[in-house]
Design a binder for this molecule. Sequence first.
Ligand code: ASP
Length: 377
Amino acid sequence: MKNKIDRRKFLIGTSAIGLASGIANPLQAQTRKIIKGGIKPVVVASDNGYTMKNGGKFNCVETAFNKIINDDDVLDALIEGVNIVELDPLDASVGYGGRPNAEGIVQLDACCMHGPKKQAGGVGALEGIRTPSLVAKAVMENTDHHLLVGKGAQDFAKNMGFKVEDDLNTESSREMWLDWKRRIDPKHYLDPQKRDLAGRNAAMEMINEGLIPKNEYYGTINCNGINTNGDLCGVTTTSGIAWKMPSRVGDSPILGAGLYVDGEHGAAGSTGRGEANIFNLCSYLIVEEMRNGAHPIDAGMTALKRIKENTIEKRLLNSRNQPNFDVIFYIIDKTGRYAGVSLYAETSKDKPFQYAVCTENGSTLSKIEPLLEGNSA
Ligand code: ASP
């Protein structure tokens, strides 16, 4: 128990002052001591795993890493990390305060996979529960199923003791939804095709006007980790694409799409346009590539090239005939090598994509390897 507290102190010291002062990093020494299985522990996540703290001291990746080096179960550690982001009203793409669907209702998707236990669980279009990642874990542990959706998923969660709330909107998420609604629905309903296009155009307009950042139109957290024994796990949780059609389920709760973990070979998860990922089952593809010996970067590039090849509909192409959306993958292999890869180098002009990493050196935002230069516009 004493060790646990000491190790936590090491990480606090490291991220705050250790690195800046240039002195030997105490956490490195501490982590070396605990590399029993010879693998360097690491946690990777989308950038909100670094930026969001919900008013606390630690971000998602630091929280998960600290638990992992204290011998906690890797999946429990990752879920505790993403809970910070789910509960943070300032992250408008995940959990409480996430962007609602087209009817103004927050519907959440999540899944988790436990490598060593070879177990998985997920929920789709779940309403009223701030931490869908924990409901996904409850599905994994308490049912014979991998995915529960909608009202049934909510009933299950209620029966498992989760608090169900009437509404997960914050004042700000409702305001933005009203603004979007006003733009697309001046006369109630357009024909379905025009309505779909109008919805997307209204959202793009709002991004261009600086009302919402692009990463909140998309936006999700995926978080994967490995401990010194090589135990690999992952979790993905989201409110999905902003103002989506009611009951639209994205890639995040779909095993093989928003997340895939094979305890013997690797873990991969994603953020970005879920439809592209569901169509190509990219997380599964990436893990299969690693099974065949590919480095995480090369495995990720294979999936990104597949998305590019399979994106031929005009409405999904920009003026350069390339995908007009983003997809990003966060990857760890069984030896602890890791990478973040994305379709494009930049989220918008001169703003590079980054991802969160926590190692014994503390947490940082790292550069993502892109398939294509520039951004998706
Ligand atoms: N992948 C998520 C979805 O399609 C959204 C995102 O990550 O931006 O629901």
